[in-house]
Design a protein around this ligand. Sequence first.
Ligand code: GLU
Length: 476
Amino acid sequence: MTVRVRLAPSPTGTLHIGTARTALFNWLFARKKNGKFLIRIEDTDKERSKSEFTDNILKGLQWLGLDWDQSPILQSKRIKDHRLAIKYLLDKGLAYRCYTTEEELEKMREKQISNNQAPRYDNRHRDLSPEQELKFINEKRSSVIRFRIDDYESIQWNDLVRGKMNWLGKDLGGDMVISRRAESNEIGDPLYNLVVVVDDSYMEITHVIRGEDHIANTAKQLLLYKALNLNPPIFAHTPLILNTDGKKLSKRDGVTSIEDFKAMGYTPEALANYMTLLGWSPEEENRERFTINEASNFFSLDRVNKAGAKFNWEKLNWLNSQVIHEWEPEKLFKEIEPIMLKKGLKLPEKEWCVDLAELIGPSLTLINDCIDETKVFFEEPHLEKDAIDQLSLEGAKECLKLLLEELSKSPWDGLNKNDAKQLINNVVKNRNIKKGLIMKSLRAALLGSLTGPDLLSSWALLARIKKDQIRIKRVL
Ligand code: GLU
């Protein structure tokens, strides 16, 4: 049997981290099993579905490094099959028209709540006589179509994450609506549980891997598989992603969309790596850093946790910094260049920029940190307190003057790190100056603070764009 899995996103919003994680687990499972990873766009909610969301979802998946094995299927194109299935259920007496009005449903719900009962449809139109039905039709009532759910039907499946699952029909809220309200002789728009069953079966999906919020849907869908004489897939329900307070991660938590993570400066490699660890861990203990291609060799559903997966920003940040620190300076510059240009920075020649990238690379956690980390090379820095204190020490300014003198002796065009070192050593040796004093004072003058990137490399970079001497002179 070839494994066939799918992601079935609804294009009603941008790619959410929960959907992306579901996609990733499906992709990892498919790749591990040499199977197929498919996409079905569930665009049947005409009002809320937008093609720009479909684009956003597909681009986001690609950005994370996921690929799929066939062109995505649009659910809306398959409505004929969905209607045929509903018609089949109606013909077999497994589904029926329900004429209960919205008002009546509301009253029913209120009454149940006031009696401390869980709201459910009370199946009141399940067995209407032809006369009663005619009466409703003559009243020009619209109808939904409901699928019969026997209260005592037991529904069981072996979930690949959660083990044996047992449900009873009566826990599913009464007979289930499978098509939207329509004129009494029509079939309205088919609804989620029905279309998923018809489409998963059409796509020959062997394993449905999705979030645990779909567990009750699985119970309903299994009843539909049986009624439609279709073979159900195997199910695996993955844990929810929780925020740092242990509640379901939601829009209120701010960053939930993949494009938000991208905009903040997370790399696709780190984010995909991190999402793989959200609710799953590899057999090899303490192995946290890997590519998704590597993970596809050792991914298994039996190592997916049942408990919710708490979002851990520290771990994500650590992974992101690891990825960035592994990049060659050229690659890092390619990543930071658009961000710096967008910020309006005038970038000097490429070689200089690549050297700058190499210098600041180790201090980046997010790609976007490049703005703060390189600022000092583009704007004359404001002097921090530690720099002011340093420059007011006895002899501090003196030694900077000596350094300028030394600089003026030779042309030092294209001063590099070694030249910088040499110059300082000359002053230290010939003028009997403490190395610490000159180094710290120079740092204060050039970078405006006693902390920051490597001093000699920074000096060489500033010298190449002729900004070093100006900065030394301004503090004297
Ligand atoms: N469109 C559904 C969702 O986005 C699909 C759920 C499923 O995988 O069946 O939640």
